[in-house]
Design a protein around this ligand. Structure first.
Ligand code: K2U
Ligand code: NI
Length: 178
């Protein structure tokens, strides 16, 4: 069972690596790890389990966050229309995105960051992501709104990008003279 002690915190080099593609079909071990990641996210949203094991609530987790530099992440959360997105994805890839941007007004947090960092994190408003599910199915997901932001946060982890990297870049853009 994954608990907070398994989660790597900022400063660990693995969070800054570009994770490697998973050779498909995934091995039994890789499937086991990804399903444990999905279970961790579900557990973190269950008040009893989260309390018992002191889990920080999360809506997604990427393999580098448990020290595994492989291109896979798990997401379990509802979008604005209460549609559940519950996936363990191997080799997720953003294949297109809108020019239009979006962001969460309250900024973002991260299970690998134990400090509050305020600031707008600009994200693409709409994205199309393809990947292979835990069940071995190729999916192509057209996402917008909150779930698009969650997927972009997790995709960034696979490229060694932390959410606050995007705050600084956004601030710098604001400072540039017209
Ligand atoms: O660290 C992670 O990758 C998990 C993040 C994902 C995330 C953070 C902000 C915005 C979108 C995705 C955790 O879920 S942070 C904790 C959290 C919990 C509930 C809702 C939003 C963020
Ligand atoms: Ni994160």
């Amino acid at each position: 069972m994954i608990t907070m002690k398994d989660i790597v915190r900022e400063g660990h080099p693995v969070l800054r690596e570009v994770a490697k593609e998973v050779t498909l079909p995934a091995t039994a071990e890789e499937k086991e790890i990804l399903s444990e990641m999905l279970q961790f996210i579900k557990n973190s949203q269950d008040p009893e389990i989260a309390d018992k094991y002191n889990l920080r609530p999360g809506v997604g987790i990427a393999a580098p966050q448990i020290g595994i530099s492989k291109r896979m992440f798990a997401v379990h959360t509802y979008d604005e229309n209460d549609v559940l997105y519950s996936y363990g994805l191997f080799n997720p890839k953003m294949i297109s995105h809108s020019v239009e941007e979006n962001h969460l007004d309250g900024g973002e947090g991260c299970l690998s960051v134990d400090r509050e960092i305020t600031g707008i994190v600009p994200r693409h408003a709409r994205i199309t992501v393809k990947g292979t599910t835990l069940e071995g199915e190729e999916v192509k997901l057209k996402l917008k709104g909150y779930i698009a932001i969650v997927f972009q946060h997790e995709l960034d982890h696979l490229d060694g990008i932390m959410f606050y990297d995007r705050i600084e870049a956004f601030q710098d853009k604001l400072k540039k003279p017209l």
